[in-house]
Design a protein around this ligand. Sequence first.
Ligand SMILES: Nc1ncnc2c1ncn2[C@@H]1O[C@H](COP(=O)(O)OP(=O)(O)OP(=O)(O)O)[C@@H](O)[C@H]1O
Length: 252
Amino acid sequence: MSFYQRNNMKKIEVLNVKKYFGNLKTLEDISLYLEENQFVSILGPSGSGKSTLFNIISGLIKPDEGKIIIEGKNYIGKTGRVSYMHQKDLLLPWKTIIENVCIPLILKGYTKKDAGDKAKKYFDLFGLEGFENHYPSQLSGGMRQRAALLRTYLFSNDIMLLDEPFGGLDAITKRNMQHWLLSVLENLKSSILFITHDIDEAIFLSDKIYILSERPAKVKEVVCVDIERPRDNRTFVSEKFNELKENILNLL
Ligand SMILES: Nc1ncnc2c1ncn2[C@@H]1O[C@H](COP(=O)(O)OP(=O)(O)OP(=O)(O)O)[C@@H](O)[C@H]1O
């Protein structure tokens, strides 16, 4: 099945999740869904609780109320099912790129050789061929993010949580990475939840966008991005794109 053909199977269901930190109400009542091979973005003001939501979905922290269902099973407080990439690439500077991307496979019990063989197959697709034995400091920002994304993919390839992965990149690199991500997803079977502050990025990449309110966060609106794929530079200047952008600007 290609990235664009779906069977509406729910991969993640977030049901009425609430989270307080002491007296600080962070998430008020969040429900959202991610279907198989879908790209869903979460757009919301800074500090509204987006990263907290990812920490809950990935099992790093528990909600005070609500459910996290992954493929029909309850996943509250259980890590290891979905992969999670933070804004900072978090590559270990003293390890080479191949060693960095192999970390999840080594943790799963692969030998160094088997991990290397599996990871190497993806270096071309991720634009990293020839850089296996380089150190992170020798790579550009975009390449480091692609390496971090490959490591994320190798941890758990069917559901990925990406927290502003392109937030720290310059505008041109960011745009190139967005195009690259869409093209690479045509080859990988992944369902993606994506946090961003960037409205253009959310529309360009997504099938659906959840707009969160200020903290305590609630879902203000769910926007369906009914722009045909594949998308390219013309998408950014299309009538539909501008219409969606105006709607979202009015909501934020
Ligand atoms: N472990 C914690 N203990 C106490 N407060 C926390 C904790 N984690 C997050 N918070 C608070 O919860 C609120 C939401 O934080 P969070 O990082 O989830 O927001 P965000 O929407 O991801 O922000 P940004 O867009 O700036 O990354 C903030 O006020 C933050 O200070």
